[in-house]
Design a protein around this ligand. Structure first.
Ligand code: GLN
Length: 446
């Protein structure tokens, strides 16, 4: 713990941390020492980890990357935090992120952009950019992230680490600040698939406090890591390899797939015909849900409150106007519009129908093959400032990840190689609750 705290002091010019909980970390580390001495330790006891600042941590600032929550000390722990505490893990601090998890570059944070440890002029990806940068730079052993449309996998890909977005419902969302509730899912961001197995083991499981959490048994994720891949069928959706994919990224992905063939896998071309509808459907659904979720930030009960409001309307308007960033406001406006009377059928309902079509595409594909592979992102990490003024181009960087959230499937980003001296992640997508198989496949490659 002390080594990691020292490294944070020395190297966090990356801006990966919003809060470092040094005293708390040292106390927990001492308690963990005691557990180790008495033989009560498990694999996470005493391990220094860091939490995306979207998870509520009792008595510790939980900002969600927003000025709105800059003064917010969460009064309770998220279920995920409780689970790490029970395991005896040491929390080093809270990690930077795009405001309310809206973004693909970590440039939407109230606390400033995070730098990619592989290239300080490049973004780390987002929204879990602080998590990816911290793990890649050795500022935490592992971290948590959340993935609504790619926010675990895309930063993992850009920073050369392993990221796993579990099946929707596998990890409790209780105490995880909501962006788009029907898509949000927390998961591990680690250096290896083996570490991801250990961290997911701690995070996963039914939680009566989250009505969308699924009550099905959690397998032993470490147990399956060494299963042979002989005969594994891998589907490559032709839509994943078309226009828009940078040739240097495609080359890394193709080389990785060849390695799987050497391990005994069989390759098959498949199709996800409605993939091109994923981004528009996602931005209607995610914006609609966020406009409802973020209505709780009203300047009354907690969070930012404007100075000297003259009446209630003034309190709402100025508190929200002064504390939300530009991207968050854009999404609230889009979402409110899409949900308005008269527009609901045209936008929200239509987007939900498209969502069903996409889920059915994947269902059909996963009857033909065991897993699906492809790129995580269309290019390597782009420059800080490069896309921030062009939201459409920024949204396109999630083209391969977003459809997976619409379908609710589990998926991983696994370090596959480099292009332009920057990391490239391989995307592995599995059937519902196939996390054990995904970890096995990732581990065999590493
Ligand atoms: N980049 C996507 C968005 O801005 C996904 C973010 C996420 O997964 N939290 O919505």
């Amino acid at each position: 713990t002390q080594t990691f705290l020292n490294r944070i002091k020395q190297y966090d010019t990356l801006n990966a941390y919003i809060t470092v909980t040094e005293d708390l970390a040292l106390q927990t580390a001492q308690a963990a020492d005691l557990k180790l001495a008495t033989g009560e330790a498990n694999l996470l006891t005493g391990i220094p980890i860091a939490q995306k600042d979207i998870f509520c941590t009792q008595g510790v600032k939980t900002s969600c990357g927003s000025k709105m929550l800059d003064n917010f000390l969460a009064p309770y722990n998220a279920t995920v935090i409780e689970k790490f505490n029970t395991a005896g893990a040491v929390m080093l601090g809270k990690l930077n992120m795009d405001e309310f998890a809206m973004g693909s570059s970590n440039e939407n944070s109230y606390y400033g952009a995070v730098k990619n440890p592989w290239d300080l002029n490049a973004v780390p990806g987002g929204s879990s950019g602080g998590s990816a940068a911290a793990v890649a730079a050795g500022l935490a052993v592992c971290a948590t992230g959340t993935d609504t449309g790619g926010s675990i996998r895309q930063p993992a890909s850009h920073c050369g680490i392993t990221g796993l977005k579990p099946t929707y419902g596998r990890v409790s969302r209780y105490g995880m600040i909501a962006y788009a509730s029907s898509l949000d899912q927390g998961g591990p961001m680690t250096r290896s698939a083996e570490d991801a197995a250990i961290v997911l083991q701690a995070m996963a499981g039914f939680d009566p406090k989250d009505s969308t959490s699924v009550d099905c048994a959690v397998p032993d994720y470490l147990a399956g890591l060494n299963t042979s891949l002989q005969g594994l069928s891998i589907g490559l959706p032709k839509e994943f390899f078309g226009e828009g994919l940078a040739p240097d990224v495609a080359a890394v992905i193709e080389a990785a797939i060849k390695e799987y063939q050497k391990l005994g896998a069989i390759i098959k071309e498949i199709s996800i015909p409605n993939l091109n509808l994923a981004i528009p459907a996602y931005y209607v659904i995610a914006s609609a849900e966020c406009s409802a979720n973020l209505s709780r930030f009203d300047g009354v009960r907690f969070g930012y409150r404007c100075k000297d409001p003259v009446d209630l309307t003034d309190l709402y308007v100025r508190s929200r106007g002064e504390a939300f960033g530009k991207e968050v406001k854009r999404r609230i406006l889009m979402g409110t519009y899409a949900l308005s009377a008269g527009y609901y059928d045209a936008y929200y309902l239509k987007a939900q129908k498209v969502r069903r079509l996409i889920a059915e595409d994947f269902k059909r594909a996963l009857q033909e093959v065991d897993v699906i592979m492809g790129p995580v992102a269309p290019s390597v990490a782009f420059g800080i400032g490069e896309k921030i003024n062009n939201p459409i181009e920024m949204y396109l960087s999630d083209i391969y990840t977003i459809a997976i959230n619409l379908a609710g499937l589990p998926a991983m980003s696994v370090p596959a190689g480099f292009a332009q001296h920057k990391p490239v992640g391989l995307h592995i997508i599995g059937n519902y609750f196939a996390e054990q198989r995904l970890l096995n496949i990732a581990h065999q490659y590493q």
